[in-house]
Design a protein around this ligand. Structure first.
Ligand code: HEC
Ligand code: HEC
Length: 207
């Protein structure tokens, strides 16, 4: 009886504010209960448990850069990311989030273990070359200059390693056509060929 009471008390304390969950399978990160609750009741329906989604319609969020996640959620909320799936799926979602929940959700997903790339396929070697040295003839710069040596990203530059192939491909095509607006990524992709996109995606993606 005492033990049950103590467990209930600890559980309600945990809901009261951010706490370090020490000893929980070695997990020491401070997770906001509000973010965890939102993630497990809402976001998980599409983005999967801890952000490791199954379908390529829904980008993986596990191990994504926190600053990037927060910036994109604000872009959805202010309607400045306007590609069709952003409008259809994320505008409504983001309208329910205030600034502090955005920061906490970004930290929650940023602290999850990322999915590793599964480089393979006939074009992966060409993709590695584009990633590391660019395709100068088509004005394509080395991706690693911004996205990092291992595709891990940095701050508002996203992790792209281990993302779903079809999602990456769709985003590169959307930057190229300006369906998704980004001056930086439009400049990088405007003269990219379909084969170059396929190649760099097959080097970076995991399914
Ligand atoms: C109904 C399905 C659905 C739900 C629920 C959902 N999302 Fe999304 N989310 C999507 C889709 C689809 C995209 C990709 C949009 C695109 O293709 O531009 C996306 C994109 C994102 C991105 C951008 C990722 C990137 O790599 O650019 C973030 C961040 C994100 N969602 C966070 C969240 C959070 C946080 C929640 C919970 C509050 C949530 N989503 C709930 C469907 C959903
Ligand atoms: C000059 C820096 C820079 C270079 C070089 C660069 N990127 Fe990016 N990339 C960015 C930034 C910044 C964003 C975020 C754009 C936004 O806010 O919508 C981005 C976004 C992306 C995304 C969207 C990811 C997501 O989760 O939605 C993909 C995919 C991507 N870049 C692939 C590439 C590839 C492939 C290359 C090499 C051909 C490349 N980038 C070169 C800066 C760069």
């Amino acid at each position: 009886m005492k033990r049950i009471l103590l467990t209930a008390l600890t559980a309600s304390l945990c809901l009261a504010g951010p706490v370090a969950i020490a000893g929980d399978a070695g997990k020491t990160a401070v997770n906001s209960p509000a973010a965890e609750a939102k993630a497990t009741t809402t976001c998980q329906n599409c983005h999967g448990p801890k952000g490791d989604s199954v379908s390529a319609t829904f980008p993986r969020l596990n191990g994504q850069q926190s600053d990037y996640i927060a910036a994109q959620l604000k872009n959805f909320r202010s309607h400045s990311r306007t590609d069709p799936h952003a409008v259809a799926y994320m505008w409504g979602m983001a309208s329910q989030l205030d600034d502090s929940l955005i920061v906490e959700l970004a930290k929650y997903y940023g602290s999850q273990a990322p999915t590793s790339p599964q480089s393979g396929g006939a074009l992966a070697e060409q993709g590695r070359k584009i990633y590391e040295t660019g395709a100068p003839a088509d004005g394509v710069p080395p991706c690693q200059a911004c996205h990092g040596a291992h595709g891990e990203g940095n701050s508002i530059i996203p992790r792209i390693a281990g993302q779903h192939a079809d999602y990456l491909k769709k985003q590169l095509e959307a930057f190229r056509s300006t369906l998704r607006e980004s001056d930086v990524m439009h400049a990088n992709t405007k003269d990219m060929t379909d084969t170059e996109i396929e190649a760099v995606v097959s080097y970076l993606a995991n399914d």
